[in-house]
Design a protein around this ligand. Structure first.
Ligand code: AHR
Length: 330
């Protein structure tokens, strides 16, 4: 992008305020980026050159988030996006980030698969002067001021909301917690929020890595290890849908014999709620590409941005209707 001023896009321009922005939904996706393409802007156009490292495609949430990001960071909207899917591997993300530095993009954005292990590459990016926008998940690093701004959900509040529903509606439940990718911000914070409210009811935990297949496997084992469980708190819908398969295969009724409290609110998850197989779903809204595009534009232009933008979440119980599910954008 012509005229970009790295000195001004650095961390000095950041306003450390806390803003809560309502989420504006946007429509279906468009694919204007390459997977590991050159991301070049050789023509000297005014497009903002963005390197985006998405952590994977592990869930319905992630698919919706990728579509939202690609649609909002389109060429028509003024971006030259290089999008790379890391397939849930941190080493792939680190390689992509180093490639973005080598390409000298205007802004680097990424969703870190786990919180730790970024010190070296974040220092390299900082030394390059390229501003970083964190998306969805957070990092735990020794690097000073490693990113300009972060946009994502309040994972701890999501866990707390789930815990409060359990405390009110199932105070005697014996809970198995189906964790997301261990060490990810979404796992760490949801577990903390939930545990602070109903930790004494948890009888066992295991990770399903945020995927349906691994969620099913984890619940198959849990049904053997914890035969007295009456509830599963799953860190995302996909693992909960895998749990349904495991519970039904064991001859039990999901939503009755074993209640399921989930996070995300993708269409399949809300359908499970309508079908009375899920009991409660805390939303984690993935459609914030438009807000991300606005932040990246400001960062590239050296304008002040808030340090954090929290995407607003809702929650759903079994009063949700089929019409609500059918109207769901993702
Ligand atoms: O970081 C957000 C989480 O990642 C979503 O809850 C989950 O579905 C995804 O894999």
């Amino acid at each position: 992008m012509k005229g970009i001023n790295r000195a001004r896009t650095g961390l000095a321009g950041v306003v450390a305020t806390f803003t809560v922005l309502a989420l504006a939904a946007c429509g279906g996706g468009s694919d204007t980026s390459g997977d590991g393409g050159d991301g070049g802007d050789e023509g000297g156009s005014d497009l903002i050159r963005v390197g985006f490292s998405q952590l994977g495609a592990e869930s319905g949430w992630r698919t919706a988030n990728t579509e939202s990001v690609k649609e909002s960071l389109s060429e028509d909207a003024g971006f030259d996006l290089t999008f790379v899917d890391a397939q849930q591997k941190q080493e792939n993300q680190i390689k992509a980030l180093r490639d973005f530095v080598a390409q000298d993009v205007d802004v680097i954005a990424f969703s870190p698969v786990i919180e730790t292990g970024w010190d070296e590459v974040l220092q390299e990016i900082k030394d390059s002067g390229i501003p970083v926008v964190l998306v969805d998940r957070t990092v735990d690093t020794t690097v000073d001021d490693p990113f300009v701004t972060w946009i994502g959900a309040d994972f701890k509040a999501e866990g707390t909301t789930a815990g409060e529903w359990v405390a009110e509606n199932a105070p005697d439940a014996k809970i198995f917690e189906l964790q997301g990718t261990l060490g990810s911000g979404a796992q760490v914070d949801r577990e903390e929020g939930f545990g602070e409210v109903v930790g004494e009811q948890i009888i066992g935990k295991a990770s399903g890595n945020f995927t349906r297949a691994e969620g099913k496997t984890a619940v198959e084992a849990a049904l053997q290890a914890y035969p007295d469980m009456t509830m599963i708190f799953t860190h995302n819908d996909d693992m909960g849908l895998g749990a349904i398969e495991a519970i039904e295969a064991a001859g039990k009724v999901p939503g009755k014999d074993i209640q399921i409290v989930s996070v995300d609110g993708v269409r399949d998850g809300l359908q499970a709620l309508v079908d009375k197989k899920f009991n409660y779903v805390v939303e984690c809204n993935p459609v914030f590409g438009d807000q991300l595009a606005e932040l990246i534009t400001k960062v590239a232009d050296g304008e002040d941005v808030p340090k954090e933008t929290i995407v607003i979440d809702k929650a759903f119980d079994q009063t949700i209707t089929q019409a609500d599910v059918d109207a769901r954008a993702y």
